[in-house]
Design a protein around this ligand. Sequence first.
Ligand code: ZN
Ligand code: FE
Length: 257
Amino acid sequence: MEIYRLPALSDNYIFLLYDRPRQMAAVVDPAEAAPVLDKLQQLDATLTTIFNTHHHADHVGGNPSLQQAFPDVITYGGREDKGRIPGQSVFLEEGDRVSFAGRTAQVYFVPGHTRGHIAYYFPPTHPDDSGELFCGDTLFVGGCGRLFEGTPAQMVTSLGKLRNLPENTRIWCAHEYTLKNLQFALTVDAENPTLQQRFAEVKEARSRNQPTVPSLIGLEKQTNPFLRWDHPSLQQTVQSHDSVQTFARLRGRKDNF
Ligand code: ZN
Ligand code: FE
């Protein structure tokens, strides 16, 4: 399974998964159709699958045009998003399994950003390979999604599921927010040398317009404050000994950053 990262709108990424032997493609969170149709044409591929993580327009905006161009396409989304995702045909919940390109993804229910948000995790097929996590707006590189429809406790549970994935899991999140996220991270975790180094790398990469997605779970656990609610230095920053309260206070600061 090859993965292509297609920039869309102002700061979205659409991911196109390509099964070269079968010339079949899947797309994750098509913000718009045009970049997907262009890539499909270039690959001479048929779109068989749309994986939606949640209902926001910058994740499903391309659904209708793609469904029109490929009437047999299967459109996956979360069960709680029923009625909110255009053309949704399958309603997924935690523990469900979906297949593409001979790989099977596990579905995680990760509410918080929205009440219906799901993530797709493709475990590695060989022990040395990385798994692939498509997490929409739940986990970002250096950050996490805003809590539009969920509580801090829900988001800690959701992010906790993702944090438990193997360290070399690649994180394919839907936005290029990394530089601003790490600028914020340094205000709450200033003494973290891994974060300082990561910030320097990201600043350099962004100055050359290089993408910072994907990241790795192992690196995020060391540098992303929204996976570090139980770390003493972050608890000290927000004056709490409670994980959910720490997370909530960090999220509140970020909302006003
Ligand atoms: Zn969103
Ligand atoms: Fe989004």
